[in-house]
Design a protein around this ligand. Sequence first.
Ligand SMILES: Nc1ncnc2c1ncn2[C@@H]1O[C@H](COP(=O)(O)OP(=O)(O)OP(=O)(O)O)[C@@H](O)[C@H]1O
Length: 317
Amino acid sequence: MTTTQQTHRHPPTSHDTPVLAELLGASKQFGRGPATVRAVSGLELEVRSGELLALLGPNGAGKSTAIGMLTGLTAPTSGRARLFGRDPRDVSARQRLGAMLQASGVPDTLRVRELLTQFRGYYPEPLPMAQIVAAAGLDGLEGRMFGELSGGQQRRVLFGIALAGDPDLVVFDEPTTGLDVEARRGLWATLRDLARSGRGVVLTTHYLEEADALADRIVVIDRGVVIAQGTPAEIKARVPGRRVRARTSASLTVAHQWPGVARASREGPWLELLAASAEPVLRALLDLDPSATEVTVTEPSLEEAFLALTHDLEDPR
Ligand SMILES: Nc1ncnc2c1ncn2[C@@H]1O[C@H](COP(=O)(O)OP(=O)(O)OP(=O)(O)O)[C@@H](O)[C@H]1O
């Protein structure tokens, strides 16, 4: 996959750059009565020109619902969504938007070139075909039928379709799912180019690594609410990357003071910590208690790591 040469349309990201899309206290419920699902609650979100924003969160966090509200696919139950200052369902707003969502609905029997031509036809000033093909890594696939492509190749076609209208804002729901490592890296480079050219880019991902590699700003969502937001460095400093467990007499109060510790709990003689990284914690533990035994270091699940960020957890101190 190669990257595109884009023209610079807006100055680089700053708080002076235009807001392209926003959610203002947006909530979304599905169903009624006891079956109600609160997918998103009171979400505040804004995307600016030239900015790459990653929505990060575990399965069912509400990422796709948030994207659906931003792109006008679904209306908030309460609160508001704005796209280019308008209702996201307004055609004039959607013409400046490119989206690659999880469900495609693309006919299997159309060839890649026909599909791209069809989608280019929907927009007043589409991106040149060659640029779409290059950006989406579709070289050599133009004559193939969509339904005969591999999952990863189909994702690339959907990526190309999202770029067809030369959009000012591009929204990608888990764009790298199903892509191999090389294709993923290529797509990352293209996403960076899109933001550098002054477009706004929003993507959802389960992977902190992906958000870290790409985003100017990360919004972490869990159970429909924002639990953290900031630059990748700020988020990484708060998301625990390691679980350290040891048989030790060290107290919870002391353990909480160790560098990067997000959570500490005790289970009988075992102390368990979630921390940004293991080494500083191991040093502090063994300094304090050289007789600590059965020390293990493992990776917490993403769910656990995100939960450690929430403030409503019982504090074990
Ligand atoms: N159309 C719908 N009808 C009922 N419930 C829904 C609908 N769409 C989403 N939900 C529910 O809303 C919650 C949030 O779902 P959403 O798809 O937004 O999460 P997500 O963060 O995108 O998850 P994933 O990473 O698994 O794609 C989930 O509990 C989901 O089951």
